[in-house]
Unconditional design. Structure first.
Length: 239
């Protein structure tokens, strides 16, 4: 009987503790945010992650009545900015807005990460998904993906493809394209998407790049580049 009563008391104490904890969390939530909130983008300005982060920051600023800013801390395929957030105070004032790389792919590309993707971050939400689009320089004698593949097979190792950096989504998409199409094209990494779009190779040489659709639409509007969806175009593969 005594042990049963002790168990009931313990349960009641637990309920009260949880209730008090809930009140404390609610009170904290009512005053948050009290100062500027930073969204860390671990990539250079101008890319798809940067564009979406700034859309989110403006919406949060309007809804919360407190300034939310985007801060670019690029480097190491997204590792630099991600590590900064991992080591920041866990108070909700430093948030990470990133493509999958730093939290998924990079642990297979780097021998050691300065943070633990599984333990150092708490997921909040999936903000967006974006298709990858292939852009070719207008000087490339190919009017579609099939013709581009044929050209690459005819001249192995002579076509380049640019990306926003090693380990980025567009880099891995390019490698997947190479593998599925069984072609030999050379990867040229840049530091972000904007340098790719303004590079001499894109404006004068024979080259191609893969990027998220929103950046591609901007690029095509302001240049003679041609864009094509990658899916459903590779021989032997189903779209």
């Amino acid at each position: 009987m005594e042990s049963k009563r002790t168990s009931q008391v313990s349960r009641l104490i637990s309920i009260v503790v949880l209730w008090l904890f809930g009140l404390a969390v609610q009170a904290a939530a009512q005053t948050y945010p009290e100062r500027v909130v930073r969204i860390i983008n671990p990539y250079p300005p101008g890319g798809s992650v940067d564009v979406m982060a700034r859309i989110l920051a403006q919406k949060l600023t309007d809804d919360l009545g407190q300034q939310v800013i985007v801060e670019n801390r690029s480097g190491g395929g997204g590792n630099t900015g991600s590590d900064f957030v991992a080591k920041a105070e866990p108070d909700g004032y430093t948030l990470l807005f990133t493509a999958p790389g730093p939290l998924t792919v990079n642990q297979t590309l780097y021998s050691k990460l300065p943070f633990d993707p599984a333990k150092d971050f708490a997921p909040v939400a999936l903000f967006a998904t974006a298709p990858i689009v292939l852009i070719v320089n207008p000087g490339v004698p190919a009017n579609g993906v099939q013709e581009l593949i044929a050209l690459a097979k005819k001249e192995p190792g002579k076509l380049n493809f640019a990306s926003a950096g090693n380990g980025t989504t567009n880099h891995l998409s390019g490698e997947l394209f190479k593998s599925m199409a069984n072609i030999d094209i050379v990867h040229v990494p840049y530091r972000g998407v904007e340098p790719v779009q303004s590079s001499p190779a894109k404006s004068s040489g024979v080259g191609q790049t893969l990027d998220a659709a929103e950046n591609v639409s901007i690029s095509v509007q302001h240049s003679p580049a041609r864009a094509s969806p990658v899916h459903g175009t590779i021989p032997g593969q189903r779209g």
